[in-house]
Design a protein around this ligand. Structure first.
Ligand SMILES: N[C@@H](CCC(=O)N[C@@H](CS)C(=O)NCC(=O)O)C(=O)O
Length: 217
C-alpha cells in the first residue's frame, strides 16, 4: 500500500499505539488531534472516539485492535505480528482481543462513570472497582502468557509486535504502570523494552511523555 494515512488521535490515548505501529512499519501519517470532547464531537460525530485511521485508499477504521492487526497484515516485512501459519497466531489474536475487550473497553465508563451511574457519590467507587478488574486482567494475561518467556523477551517471545505496542500504551492508563508491573512482571519487562525502543523514542517524547511520576497510580 502506498500513500499517506491520516490518524485521528490524541496525546496519551490508545491512538498512540497505532502511531507506534505505523512508526515501526516505517509508514508516514498525518495526525489530526482531537484532544477534548468538543473536538471529538466536531471531527468524529459518529463515534466520538479515537483512534480512527483513514487509509491511503480512503477506507476508514475505528477499533484499535482491528486497526493494529490490519497494519501488521499490510506490512508483513515489519514483522509486527505472527503470520496466519505461525503457531503463535491464535494466542496473538486472543490477547489482542483481550486487551481491547477486557481492558480498554472499561475506559468508556471509567473516564465518565455518569454514563451509566447517575449518582455522583458512587463514581469514585466505580472507578476503583474498574481499576481492580483491570489489574486482575493483567495478572491473568501474565499467567496465561508465561510460556512465551522461553521464546524471547517480548510478550509473545518474538517481537516487538503490535501486541507489545497495544499493551505498552493501555498499561499506562490509570491505574498506571506500578500496579501493572506488580501484577504482571514479565509483561512489564516487555513493555519497558518498548518504552526504550530507539525507533520510538521521538514518538513517546511527543505523544506520551515519561513525565515525573508517570508510572504512579
Ligand atoms: N473501542 C475503541 C475504544 C477507543 C477509546 O475508548 N478511545 C478513547 C481515548 S483512549 C476515547 O476516544 N474516549 C472518548 C470517549 O469515549 O468519549 C478502540 O478500541 O479503539
Amino acid at each position: 500500500m502506498t500513500g499517506k494515512f491520516t490518524l485521528y488521535g490524541g496525546q496519551g490515548t490508545g491512538a498512540v499505539a497505532v502511531e507506534a505501529a505505523l512508526t515501526l512499519a516505517g509508514q508516514p501519517y498525518e495526525l489530526v488531534d482531537a484532544p477534548d470532547a468538543q473536538t471529538l464531537a466536531r471531527l468524529l460525530p459518529q463515534m466520538r472516539q479515537v483512534p480512527q485511521l483513514v487509509f491511503p485508499d480512503g477506507e476508514r477504521m475505528t477499533e484499535s485492535e482491528a486497526i493494529l492487526i490490519r497494519l501488521a497484515e499490510l506490512f508483513p516485512n515489519a514483522h509486527l505480528a505472527p503470520g496466519p501459519a505461525d503457531p503463535a497466531r491464535g494466542q496473538f489474536l486472543r490477547w489482542m482481543s483481550f486487551v481491547a475487550t477486557q481492558v480498554y473497553a472499561h475506559y468508556w465508563l471509567k473516564d465518565d462513570p455518569s454514563r451509566l451511574v447517575p449518582d455522583a457519590t458512587l463514581h469514585a467507587q466505580v472507578s476503583r472497582r474498574i481499576e481492580a478488574r483491570i489489574v486482575d486482567c493483567w495478572a491473568f494475561m501474565e499467567r496465561e502468557t508465561a510460556s512465551f518467556a522461553d521464546l524471547g523477551p517480548w510478550i509473545l517471545g518474538q517481537g516487538p509486535t503490535v501486541l507489545d505496542c497495544y499493551v505498552a500504551v493501555v498499561s499506562r492508563f490509570r491505574p498506571r504502570r506500578k500496579r501493572f508491573y506488580a501484577a504482571a512482571p514479565r509483561l512489564g519487562a516487555a513493555v519497558r523494552r518498548l518504552d526504550a525502543e530507539p525507533r520510538l523514542a521521538a514518538l513517546w517524547d511527543d505523544r506520551y511523555p515519561f513525565f515525573d511520576g508517570w508510572e504512579d497510580d
